[in-house]
Structure formats: structure tokens, C-alpha cells
Design a protein around this ligand. Structure first.
Ligand SMILES: Cc1cc2nc3c(=O)[nH]c(=O)nc-3n(C[C@H](O)[C@H](O)[C@H](O)COP(=O)(O)OP(=O)(O)OC[C@H]3O[C@@H](n4cnc5c(N)ncnc54)[C@H](O)[C@@H]3O)c2cc1C
Length: 389
């Protein structure tokens, strides 16, 4: 009989930990805590990797390059290992697509030197590509000004929605109690849910992504700002393999204010194109998810990939980032409740780090890790000053 999950299970009298939110952060936190022997309840208001959550959509980029920000390079590298081990143990190795990641920048860009230095420090392999090498290897690209590149062969795409669901499924198999229900703000040692249940636990971890400022407005309003982000899937011409792996890797170019990223044609769904610049404020519950205007992205695709000029948009999606002021994650204790933890602020780059977030939160609860200052609530201002990408 196929394994069924998400139907709701019997509520135990009390848990060691209740994890609120089954996006990529909550799923890995629950999975890791259960792995360390804790009794765990996992709740999600709309279901694991639901279409409102930031962890939804089909794919997310896994790259190790983070400029000079060593912690994120280290976490991405360790998370990559954990994702691959997890997928293999779950019998779903296909949920990581080893496409490689190509970064391009103008030759004078300082960030590329920082990225390569950090990759070298951590022993992450990469290739440096001159402008001529770039053109020879990736003829499907047309750049309007000179570019050089670095190629990370270990990078790739995670099939995000299915990956989160696989982690939750495995967590349930391992004994996590999973409920579809919405938790309210904490009240001492209990949390009430919308359906009238009362959860008792030694600790509560709120991993509610863009919903965190709604649940904790007094501390998080303005400190986590959800923004509307649109992505488009363009259909390549019939018979053309240039835009699918292995010919086409993931491609990032953050040198313009638009901050362009493209995932190749995975599973024949089309080339996924998005801009990483922040969109307008967005409500994750009530925001309509219909894209507004494709003119800019169509013009960009036609310029960068001449063979795709006039290509049809096969699908489009609206998702939201949950931005902190700097782009650093928020993982810290609630300032008023000893036993309540906040885990979020993925800020448009958090997905790949799910395994390390899980490990780190488990260690915080065990008392074997300290809160990293860059993840602390105190480090989050209400003035956007993005420095992590
Ligand atoms: C367009 C786009 C592209 C991105 N690209 C990348 C990328 O290429 N690489 C990368 O690493 N990252 C990327 N990210 C960022 C990454 O997807 C997010 O940082 C990450 O998914 C956040 O996960 P989360 O678990 O914190 O939040 P979510 O996935 O939003 O999960 C929060 C969950 O909490 C639940 N919830 C909310 N309130 C309650 C409540 N009261 N009770 C119970 N449950 C509740 C919600 O239903 C939801 O399922 C991208 C994000 C977007 C939007």
C-alpha cells in the first residue's frame, strides 16, 4: 500500500518539541530533532510545501559561491552533502539535478575574486572561464558587454516542492506527528491552534517563513518583509537541446540591479527565468498569484538568448521572499519566551541551506551551539541594507 501522509494523527499529551511550519526549514528541523531522539509534532497551516509557501515551486538553486561570506559557502557545501545523502536514503536521488552553476560578471567585478577565494578556502571545485571560453562553451548566450565566468560543477537544482515533501514524509516515517493546522502565537508552555487543539511541548520552533511577522508583529513587523517575486518558464524551440542540461547549466549574473537568474529546461517544463531584485510588499495568505507584466522578462530573454526571441511562456508563478534587513537568516530565541525559537528570514537564498538549518536548530535546543551573531534577532534592523545574496 502506498505510504499516506498529511491526514492528521493523534495528538500526544506533550512533545519535546513542536515545530510550526513545514517549509524547508521546519521540515528539516523536525527531521533532525526526531533523528536525535526527540518526540516531535510538526504543524502546517496549508500543508507541507503548499503553493503559498516560499518553499513551493518546482526548483531552487544550490550553489556554494557566496562572495566572501564563508558561513554560507560552508553551510551550502554541507547541506549539499546532506541533501544528496537524504535523497539516496529516501530512494529519490532524482530530486537533485547536477546541472552545475555558471556565474558571469564583468571582468572588473570584485565579487568574483571574493567568491573564488572562498571556494578555494573550502576546497570547492570551480573553473574560471575567459570571455572567449565562455562564448565557445555556451553559444546559446549573447552578452551585450564583456563577461567572464566561473563554473561550479557541484552546483545544481533541488526539486524544491517534492524535496520538502520527501523530508516530511520521512520525518513521519521516523515518528514525527504531522498535522495540518494553524498555530497561534505561544502562551507559556502551550500553543493553541485554529482548529481548537492545544499543543503542549517543552520547546516550540516557529519556522513560518513569510508569516513570521504576522504571528509576532511586535518583534518582527518590518524586520521580515515579504516581497512579491515572479518567475517565468519559457518554452525552447522544438527539437532544441541547447537550453536543457548538460548543454545549459544554471546561470546567474548579479551584476545589474535586476540580478538575473535562469534555471535550464528541467523535466521539459521550460527555461525558468527570474530577477532576484526585491518586488513590492506581499501578503502570503491573501496575495493573488497571477503575474503582472512579462514585457521586461521577455525582452531580457530575447536579448540574452537570441534563439528564444518570441518563445512562449509555458508557466509562471508568484512566490515571495521573506527578507531580513541584511539577507541573513533569523534563527534565535524569542526575547520573551525561553522555550520559543524563531527560524526564518531565508531572504531569497535559504532553500539550499535547509539541512544545516535543521542541524543548527537541533544543536541550539540541545545546548551544544550558540546563536551566531549574524542570525540573531538583535542584528535585524527595520532598514533594508541587503548584503547577502
Ligand atoms: C522565487 C523564489 C526563488 C528562490 N530561489 C532560491 C534559490 O534558487 N535557492 C535557494 O536556496 N533559495 C531560494 N529561494 C528562497 C527559499 O525558497 C526560501 O528562503 C525558503 O524556502 C524559506 O523556507 P521556510 O521554511 O522558511 O518558509 P516557507 O517555505 O514559507 O514555510 C513556512 C510554512 O509555515 C506555514 N505556516 C505559516 N503560518 C503558520 C501557522 N500559524 N501555523 C502553522 N503553519 C504555518 C506555511 O504554511 C508554510 O508552509 C527562493 C524563493 C523564492 C520565492
Amino acid at each position: 500500500m502506498p505510504f499516506k501522509w498529511g491526514k492528521g494523527q493523534r495528538l500526544a499529551d506533550s512533545y519535546d518539541v513542536a515545530v510550526i511550519g513545514a517549509g524547508v526549514f521546519g521540515a528539516w528541523i523536525a527531521y533532525r530533532l526526531r533523528g536525535s531522539g526527540r518526540s516531535v509534532a510538526l504543524l502546517d497551516a496549508y500543508g507541507a510545501a503548499n503553493s503559498r509557501s516560499s518553499s513551493s515551486d518546482e526548483s531552487r538553486v544550490l550553489r556554494m559561491g557566496y562572495g566572501a561570506l564563508e558561513i554560507y559557502t560552508r553551510w551550502a557545501l554541507q547541506s549539499r552533502r546532506s541533501w544528496i545523502e537524504f535523497f539516496e536514503s529516501a530512494g529519490k536521488p532524482e530530486l537533485f539535478a547536477p546541472t552545475g552553476v555558471l556565474w558571469t560578471t564583468p571582468p572588473a567585478d570584485a565579487a568574483i575574486g571574493q567568491t573564488t577565494a572562498t571556494l578555494q578556502n573550502f576546497g570547492v571545485s570551480f573553473e574560471f572561464l575567459t570571455s572567449a571560453e565562455l562564448q565557445a562553451r555556451f553559444p546559446q548566450f549573447a552578452f551585450s558587454s564583456e563577461r567572464i565566468g566561473i563554473f561550479e560543477p557541484l552546483g545544481g537544482a533541488l526539486y524544491s516542492r517534492r524535496a520538502v515533501q520527501a523530508v516530511v514524509e520521512q520525518a513521519i516515517r521516523n515518528g514525527v506527528d504531522y498535522f495540518r493546522d494553524a498555530a497561534e502565537a505561544p502562551n507559556g508552555n502551550e500553543v493553541r491552534t485554529k482548529s481548537g487543539k492545544v499543543l503542549h511541548a517543552g520547546a516550540f520552533v516557529y519556522a513560518c517563513g513569510p508569516w513570521l511577522p504576522k504571528i509576532f508583529p511586535e518583534i518582527l513587523e518590518g524586520r521580515i518583509r515579504p516581497t512579491r517575486q515572479e518567475v517565468f518558464y519559457f518554452g525552447p524551440p522544438a527539437g532544441n537541446r541547447q537550453f536543457a542540461p548538460p548543454e545549459m547549466p544554471i546561470w546567474l549574473d548579479f551584476s545589474s540591479g535586476r540580478r538575473e537568474y535562469v534555471l535550464p529546461d528541467l523535466e521539459n517544463r521550460g527555461l525558468k527565468v527570474g530577477f532576484d531584485r526585491h518586488g513590492p510588499p506581499f501578503d502570503p495568505d491573501s496575495g493573488d498569484r497571477v503575474v503582472r507584466d512579462a514585457a521586461e522578462v521577455r525582452a531580457f530573454v530575447a536579448e540574452r538568448f537570441p534563439a528564444l526571441a518570441g518563445a512562449p511562456i509555458l508557466e509562471s508563478r508568484v512566490c515571495q521572499y521573506e527578507n531580513t534587513s541584511s539577507g541573513d537568516f533569523l534563527i534565535d530565541r524569542h526575547p520573551r519566551f525561553e522555550n520559543v525559537w524563531l527560524a526564518g528570514g531565508g531572504s531569497g537564498h535559504g532553500f539550499k541551506h535547509g539541512p544545516m538549518v535543521g542541524e543548527y536548530v537541533a544543536a541550539l535546543l540541545e545546548g551544544t551551539a550558540q546563536v551566531e551573531s549574524r542570525f540573531s534577532l538583535a542584528s535585524k534592523s527595520r532598514e533594508p541594507q541587503r548584503s547577502v545574496y
